[in-house]
Design a protein around this ligand. Structure first.
Ligand code: SF4
Ligand code: SF4
Length: 353
């Protein structure tokens, strides 16, 4: 059973770690980590938020470093890891080995464009909690236009998903297989049709989320979500017992709105590791030296986590970062930050549980 409410937070299910942070003003370690294995991507999506980093270098994380970092994260109490980030991690030649290694000790997931998940890599799904395919075109031509790749990519990706679903079913795997689409003016027309196709394919869910402008990205888009509002009901009508549609209405609603908190505390519980070993306090600002906590090839994660450099980044986020001007709408920690801010600044009636 999984929680399909992607617009909520799950930090409240870790009360011991939150209580420690409230008491000490710091966490014992991250609970969740995102790790990128490669800086390369074989797509060039029109909406790519990390276009300023992807394919600018060709770096792959050394497998021995990756395993050591995974062990260090585990020792720090990290509970979950997602392989994704600033590139397509499955392009890494040893991705399956590294990801399967992580799955031995922590809840592990992958977000991928799905193209590299060929038969050789497919067994990596066996130990995952979930895998999410990022597909942002609704047919071959639309996919080619949005991902800026040859139209043949689409059939390859759909075939890879089909084989993942078959493997899951034939082996009784627990992995949840989902597809996520960033809703754009360029793909909205085909979304309902695509959802029907995914339901027939047997994936567990289809998530439709809004585009959120990345502050450092070179692309600038401004989709007209009022024009696409009818999709929510049309998509939800396709749901069934074995196929969820997760229309991120809460996220759509918050695009362009003020943040509901004055301080970002959520980064105390997260860790972001780039393919070159850089450890960032916030993944949105990977590449911005103000957010660089250290490098996992040079120092242990434990030293980075408790180190002065990371503390200086935390102080900067707490005192000097202008969340309204600089931060991304609906960032990864948006809901966690609301929760943590409320714990720090309770409202008058919060005692009436
Ligand atoms: S697949 Fe992801 S990383 Fe690659 S170009 Fe598209 S959005 Fe960017
Ligand atoms: S983008 Fe979000 S997580 Fe990152 S520093 Fe800003 S509020 Fe915090």
């Amino acid at each position: 059973m999984y929680d399909g409410d992607f617009d909520s937070q799950r930090l409240m299910f870790h009360p011991g770690e939150v209580a420690y942070w409230l008491e000490h003003g710091k966490s014992r370690g991250p609970l969740y980590t995102e790790m990128a294995l490669s800086t390369r991507c074989n797509c060039r999506c029109v909406f790519c938020g990390v276009d300023y980093l992807v394919n600018k270098t060709h770096i792959e994380m050394d497998p021995a470093d990756a395993k050591r970092v995974i062990d260090e994260l585990h020792a720090l109490g990290n509970r979950s890891i997602m392989f994704a980030g600033h590139g397509e991690s499955l392009l890494h030649g040893d991705a399956a080995e590294i990801i399967s290694y992580a799955a031995r000790t922590m809840s592990t997931s992958v977000t991928t464009n799905g193209h590299p998940l060929d038969n050789g890599k497919l067994p990596l799904i066996d130990g995952l909690k979930w895998i999410r395919f990022s597909i942002n075109g609704c047919d071959a031509d639309n996919y080619a236009a949005v991902h800026r790749v040859p139209a043949t990519f689409f059939d390859t990706v759909m075939g890879n998903i089909e084989r993942a679903v078959e493997r899951k079913k034939s082996r009784g795997l627990g992995v949840v297989i989902g597809v996520q689409l960033v809703l754009l003016d360029e793909n909205a027309e085909g979304v309902v049709r695509f959802a029907r196709r995914l339901r027939a394919l047997g994936v567990d869910y289809f998530s439709v989320k809004p585009f959120s402008q990345h502050p450092l990205s070179e692309c600038r888009l401004n989709p007209d979500y009022a024009r696409h509002a009818h999709l929510e009901a049309e998509l939800e009508a396709l749901q069934g017992d074995s196929f969820k549609v997760i229309y991120r209405a809460g996220s759509v609603e918050r695009i362009g709105k003020e943040k509901r908190y004055e301080h970002c505390h959520g980064t105390h519980f997260l860790c972001f590791v780039s393919a070159n070993g850089d450890v960032w306090e916030c993944n949105v600002f990977a590449g911005d030296p103000r957010f660089l906590a250290g490098n996992a090839r040079e120092e242990s994660l434990a030293d980075i986590w408790s180190g002065r450099k990371r503390q200086a980044v935390l102080d900067f986020i707490d005192h000097d970062l202008d969340l309204a001007k600089e931060c991304r709408d609906v960032c990864r920690m948006d809901e966690c930050n609301c929760y943590l801010d409320r714990l720090k600044n309770p409202l008058d009636h919060d005692d009436f549980i």
